[in-house]
Design a protein around this ligand. Structure first.
Ligand SMILES: Nc1nc2c(ncn2[C@@H]2O[C@H](COP(=O)(O)OP(=O)(O)OP(=O)(O)O)[C@@H](O)[C@H]2O)c(=O)[nH]1
Ligand SMILES: [Mg+2]
Length: 238
């Protein structure tokens, strides 16, 4: 497998991922792609399987049912480490994360250990989200910053690049969060360990096609779990 592995979790993203795959592979020969699909009813896995049969740089991990974003990422990260990746990129399949920023994330690896695609580093850079969704995301970040004290503008960003050392240092099997909070917890654990984090300004756009998996349960989880993260950090249990 190549030096850089991009991990993309998917649930019903066939239309988006079929456009995304060629763009990601075009970035360069050193890019591999690992799609973690939760048995999407729309045939996402079958599509990736067919691509993977033709192209050794593409791999599919197929799980039996919808088991959540966090656990999909953990599975993908473990596989990427096993395959010897030096850099592990994570991104959504729905084009909210423009592949053009991957260069910037990788460039940041010269002098940082974790790069975040950040919507709020220079004001607010979100396009096409309804106001309530934007406010929720923005204030979730303000809330998180206050509660856990981590000086990051976009702690819930799901567009990142890790050096392998970061993922090796974080105890992946001990991660306690799944939805939005998964993103916060990963970055928080990296920050607590003193890894150098860089926020790269990105413009985030609403998903191209397909439907949202955002839910009130995910929001509720995030509200109390950041306190849990803070407490665990206080007792050096993260
Ligand atoms: N494997 C797997 N992937 C998931 C799951 N939930 C979401 N995803 C994928 O994770 C990425 C982010 O999920 P989204 O649904 O885009 O979440 P969001 O960006 O907060 O909300 P919307 O863009 O409004 O849907 C997408 O590529 C999804 O297909 C899951 O349970 N399992
Ligand atoms: Mg999305």
């Amino acid at each position: 497998m190549p030096d850089t592995i991009i991990v993309v979790p998917t649930y019903n993203e066939k239309e988006n991922i079929s456009k995304l795959v060629p763009i990601l592979l075009d970035i360069g020969p050193d890019i591999g792609l690992l799609v973690v699909d939760d048995n999407s009813p729309d045939g996402t896995a079958e599509y990736i399987e067919a691509v993977a049969a033709e192209n050794p740089r593409v791999e599919l991990i197929r799980r039996p049912g919808k088991m959540g974003l966090g656990s999909a990422y953990i599975r993908g990260f473990k596989e990427a480490l096993q395959r010897g990746a030096r850099y592990i990129v994570q991104m959504d399949a729905d084009f909210s994360h423009d592949p053009k920023y991957i260069h910037d994330l990788l460039k940041a690896m010269d002098d940082h250990d974790l790069a975040l695609g950040s919507r709020y580093v220079k004001g607010v850079n979100v396009i096409n989200w309804p106001m309530h969704r934007l406010l929720l995301s923005y204030f979730a970040n303000v809330y998180t910053r206050v509660v856990i004290g981590m000086p990051i503008h976009d702690a819930t960003s799901g567009f990142k690049c890790f050096k392998r050392e970061v993922l090796e240092a974080i105890k992946l099997e001990e991660i306690i969060s799944d939805g939005y909070c998964f993103q916060i917890e990963m970055t928080f654990r990296a920050w607590l360990r003193g890894f150098r984090i860089k926020e790269i300004p990105i413009v985030f756009v609403d998903r191209h096609s397909g439907s949202s998996k955002m839910s009130n349960r995910i929001i509720r989880e995030a509200i109390w779990k950041v306190w849990w993260l803070r407490l665990r950090a206080l007792f050096k249990r993260l």
